[in-house]
Design a protein around this ligand. Sequence first.
Ligand code: CUA
Length: 159
Amino acid sequence: MNVELYEKIWMWAAGALLTLFLGVIVLMSAVEAVQPPGHLETVDPTTLSSHPEFGKPAASLASDGGVTVSVVASMFEFSPNPIRVPANRRVTFRLTSSDILHGFEVANTNANVMVLPGYVTQFTVTFDRPGEYVIACNEYCGLQHHNMVGKLIVTRDAP
Ligand code: CUA
């Protein structure tokens, strides 16, 4: 088979890029311990209702002045709803699902994670603009997926 020189160059370049990207992923996960925001923290999805944290998911002030928000996603709602947090403070979300895979996206911010049953997804974000934000489930989770929305209220003061 005759392959043109330029074709060969592009094929090798594409192969080199794939190898580089794969190498970076392996290196970062092995050396820097980079992992998805699932944090590998597990929780039993069948006993969430009696769980000390996720049994009554809510926002609470942390000792360092930040806010911790526990959220349970389930078909087809987020709890608590609405979620109220102060602006310009570190807000740590801790999310889990009681049934299947859901998404948690705060529209127009960079808060956007997957929520999995059995795992705690944790991330920290600071909202600098007070106002109301739509929280959307962005993973298809059933017939009412499109109605799975919540509200985030970012206030000027502490909750
Ligand atoms: Cu929950 Cu889509």
